[in-house]
Design a protein around this ligand. Structure first.
Ligand SMILES: [Zn+2]
Ligand SMILES: [Zn+2]
Length: 308
C-alpha cells in the first residue's frame, strides 16, 4: 500500500464523500473512491489503525488535498458496495462523526439501509438507531424506529437514557402509552359486538352471554389490561384469536332473529384501522415545538393524530 497526494478527479459514482480527505485507488485496473477517513475509523478497526497516528496514511489528511492510498490487491466493486447492515452503536458513532464533519449528506443514500429497525431486537440498539436518525435528520427512519420502540418493547426507556444521555427528550414515552390505551379500546369495542344489553323481548340473554364469553376469552388469552404483552405481540395474538365460546341459552328466544356478531370481520377491520393510525414520532414535531405547531412535517400524520 502506498500513499500520494494527487488530486486526480474521482468519477461521480465513486465520490462517496465529496469532501473526503482520502482517495482509495483500488484494484489492478485502478478505480478511485473518495471517502472520509473519520467515518471509516468509526466503522472499522482496520481503518482506525490505518488513519491513526502510527501510520503514514494518517498524517496530514485534509479535504483540500485528499491523499491517495493505493490498494492494488483489493477489489473496487467490493469496496464500493455499501454494507447492508451496521451495528446500531457503530451507526450512531458514524452519525455523530458525519454531523461533526458536516458530511451527513454523503452518507444519506445509505440511511435507508442502515437506519432500518427491522431485525434490531434490543431496546438499546433501537435507541442508538433513533439517535442516529435524529442526528442525521431522517424523518422517515426516526418515525419507523420510534414506532418499533413503542410497539415491540415493554421495558422502561430509562435504561436507554442512562446509556445515551442525549436521548431523554426523544424516547416515545407518551406514544407508547397512547398506543396501549388504543389497544385496550380495540378490545373493549370487540366485547360489545353483540350489543350492550338484552331488550325486553329477548329471553335468551343474547348480549349478556356474548359479553361474558368475550370477557372470558380476554382472560384466557391473557389480553387483559394487566397482561403485559408488547403491543406487537398483542396485535399478533388478536390477528389469529378464535371467537368467544358463547354458552347455549337456557331458554329459546322469542325474538325471531339475533344478528351476528361477526367477531372476526369486525376485529380485522379494527386491527387495520389501528395499524393505519399507529405511527412513530415526527422528527419535525419533536424538534419544532410539538404536534400542531407551525412547521412542515415530512412524514404524513394519521388522519386522527395520536398525540405525543
Ligand atoms: Zn334472545
Ligand atoms: Zn409532525
Amino acid at each position: 500500500m502506498s500513499t500520494d497526494t494527487s488530486d486526480t478527479l474521482v468519477s461521480p459514482e465513486s465520490n462517496i464523500a465529496p469532501n473526503g480527505d482520502v482517495i482509495f485507488v483500488v484494484g489492478p485496473e485502478p478505480r478511485k473512491l473518495r471517502v472520509h477517513s473519520a467515518i471509516l475509523r468509526y466503522a472499522s478497526k482496520y481503518f482506525e489503525n490505518m488513519f491513526g497516528p502510527h501510520f503514514a496514511e494518517g498524517q496530514d489528511l485534509g479535504q483540500n488535498s485528499p491523499k491517495e492510498i493505493s490498494m492494488p490487491d483489493d477489489n473496487a466493486t467490493a469496496n464500493n458496495e455499501v454494507p447492508s447492515r451496521l451495528k446500531p452503536d457503530v451507526m450512531f458513532h458514524i452519525a455523530v462523526a458525519a454531523d461533526k464533519f458536516d458530511c451527513a449528506v454523503a452518507i444519506k443514500p445509505s440511511n435507508s439501509l442502515w437506519l432500518k429497525p427491522d431485525g434490531v431486537e434490543d431496546i438499546v440498539g433501537l435507541g442508538y438507531l433513533m439517535a442516529a436518525a435524529y442526528i442525521l435528520d431522517d424523518a422517515t427512519a426516526f418515525s419507523e424506529i420510534t414506532l418499533a420502540m413503542a410497539m415491540r418493547h415493554n421495558e422502561s426507556y430509562l435504561l436507554l437514557v442512562r446509556k445515551i444521555d442525549c436521548l431523554l427528550d426523544y424516547v416515545p414515552w407518551e406514544r407508547r402509552n397512547v398506543l396501549r390505551t388504543k389497544l385496550q379500546q380495540l378490545l373493549f369495542e370487540g366485547s360489545r359486538d353483540a350489543g350492550w344489553y338484552d331488550d325486553e323481548k329477548c329471553t335468551c340473554a343474547w348480549a349478556s352471554r356474548h359479553l361474558l364469553a368475550h370477557a372470558k376469552l380476554q382472560h384466557d388469552e391473557s389480553l387483559r389490561p394487566i397482561d403485559m404483552h408488547t403491543i406487537s405481540q398483542a396485535l399478533e395474538k388478536l390477528d389469529c384469536i378464535k371467537d368467544p365460546a358463547v354458552p347455549a341459552p337456557w331458554a329459546p328466544c322469542i325474538r325471531a332473529h339475533h344478528d351476528g356478531p361477526y367477531y372476526r370481520v369486525r376485529r380485522v377491520n379494527r386491527l387495520k384501522e389501528f395499524q393505519k393510525e399507529a405511527n412513530g414520532l415526527c422528527i419535525d414535531c419533536v424538534g419544532g415545538g410539538g404536534e400542531g405547531a407551525e412547521q412542515a412535517c415530512r412524514i404524513q400524520h394519521p388522519r386522527k393524530a395520536v398525540s405525543d
